[in-house]
Design a protein around this ligand. Structure first.
Ligand SMILES: *Cc1c(COP(=O)(O)O)cnc(C)c1O
Length: 392
């Protein structure tokens, strides 16, 4: 006899996946209906409507692609780019690097605007590059860089990009549902996200949204999109409220239940309340970590609340701390990637996990494990600093 699947009950406070909201888990255990069943089409319409609210957009082309966040990235690039197109990508972390790779695979000529990992991409650097290169089709940036914990301000860059008649593309995988995305207000022409970060659902869908300028660029394509699976001209017909809906591929029905439920929870709580909750528990975590004498990687004004990068203190063993947190506390945090491998920890407070007990538990567990590692700090200071910022 083979044992029934019994995964341990972890607390997922790394860079994603984050813990799934119990209501979302429950929604996934409800019976399937057919993917062309009128009831399912209604669920899709509701999901699109909820997605527009959470993305803060009126874009008609707002839907969920089958696949994880990277499929969302690929969707935006394969549909907007044709071989020979020139694009600018801001690279200040791993996901900027991934966008470069994806854009190059589309046959585009990619110009990188870089910044150190942990810093923002400077608007003046984008402007300079746009002045030096004509015919740039799009500029792509990561709004919430999960590999570093940086929140990229969009307002100035959006103005500059549009002055040069280019499209603004944003990776919003870790921002959607965690901080304002303001697609319409910020003039973002295309964005993509994933379900396993601040939406508190499992990985498996990639919500995308495209505005009128992006749709027009797509309509002027000379060549077919090279990916059959991600071709929006076909997918859109299945997602459109006012067209006949026919089979393209079988929608991952249980994942759509999960997405609808996760968006419903966010909209019911109220977007402003959701953002404020992330901010206040993020601030509390930051204060607690700093009170322990730990250094945060990102300058305060550009810090994300939903993902915090902590600089590893001198003499502390990265792997040992993380494995002790997992063994003793069932608590998962992330290590550094790329340039920051072995140099930082990444702590997530995403969606359902942005709660007081998670902040308290994280600080207490970290105190215990760091004490064992011989790291000296003032006992109780972290909790005191954090609790001053938590108003229950
Ligand atoms: C997680 C993440 C991705 C990739 O998403 P997958 O679901 O792992 O494919 C892309 N960009 C950012 C900013 C992310 O945090």
């Amino acid at each position: 006899m083979i044992n029934e699947l019994m995964p341990p009950k972890r607390i997922l406070m790394g860079p994603g996946p984050s813990d799934v909201h119990p209501h979302v888990l429950k929604s996934m255990a409800t019976p399937l209906v057919g993917h062309l069943d009128p009831h399912f089409l209604k669920i899709m319409d509701e999901t699109m409507d909820l997605l527009r609210q959470v993305y803060q957009t009126e874009n008609k082309a707002t839907m969920a692609m089958s696949g994880t966040g990277s499929a969302g990235m690929e969707t935006v690039f394969v549909n907007l780019l044709e071989p020979g197109d020139k694009v600018i990508v801001g690279v200040n972390g791993l996901f900027g690097q991934r966008m470069v790779d994806v854009a190059e695979r589309c046959g585009a000529e990619v110009i990188e605007v870089t910044a150190p990992w942990g810093s923002i991409i400077k608007p003046e650097d984008i402007e300079q590059t746009l002045k030096e290169n004509t015919d740039i089709k799009l500029v792509a940036l990561v709004h919430a860089e999960t590999s570093t914990g940086v929140r990229q301000p969009l307002e100035d860059i959006s103005r500059i990009v549009h002055e040069h008649d280019a499209l603004l593309v944003c990776d919003m995988v870790t921002s959607l549902g965690g901080c304002p995305t303001e697609i319409d207000k910020m003039g973002v022409d295309a964005a993509y996200s994933g379900t396993q970060k601040c939406l508190s659902a499992p990985p498996g869908l990639a919500p995308v949204t495209l505005g009128s300028r992006a749709m027009e660029v797509m309509s002027r394509r000379k060549q077919k999109v090279q990916s059959w699976y991600l071709d929006l001209s076909m997918i859109q017909a299945y997602w459109s409220e006012d067209s006949e809906r026919f089979y393209h591929h079988t929608a991952p029905i249980s994942m759509l239940y999960a997405l609808r439920e996760s968006l419903r929870l966010i909209v019911n709580e109220g977007l402003e309340n959701v953002y404020a909750r992330h901010k206040s528990y993020g601030d509390a975590l930051h204060a607690g970590l700093e009170a322990m004498g730990l250094k945060l990687l990102v300058e305060e004004q550009y810090r994300l609340s939903q993902l915090t990068s902590v600089v590893l203190p001198e003499g502390v063993d990265d792997g040992k701390v993380r494995s002790q947190l997992l063994k003793k506390y069932n608590l998962e945090i992330g290590g550094g990637l790329g340039d920051l491998k072995g140099k930082i920890w990444r702590i997530g407070l995403m969606g359902y996990n942005a709660r007081q007990e998670n902040v308290t538990y994280m600080l207490a567990a970290l105190e215990d494990v760091l004490r064992e590692e011989g790291f000296a700090f003032e006992e109780g200071a972290a909790m005191k600093a954090a609790s001053q910022l938590i108003n229950v």
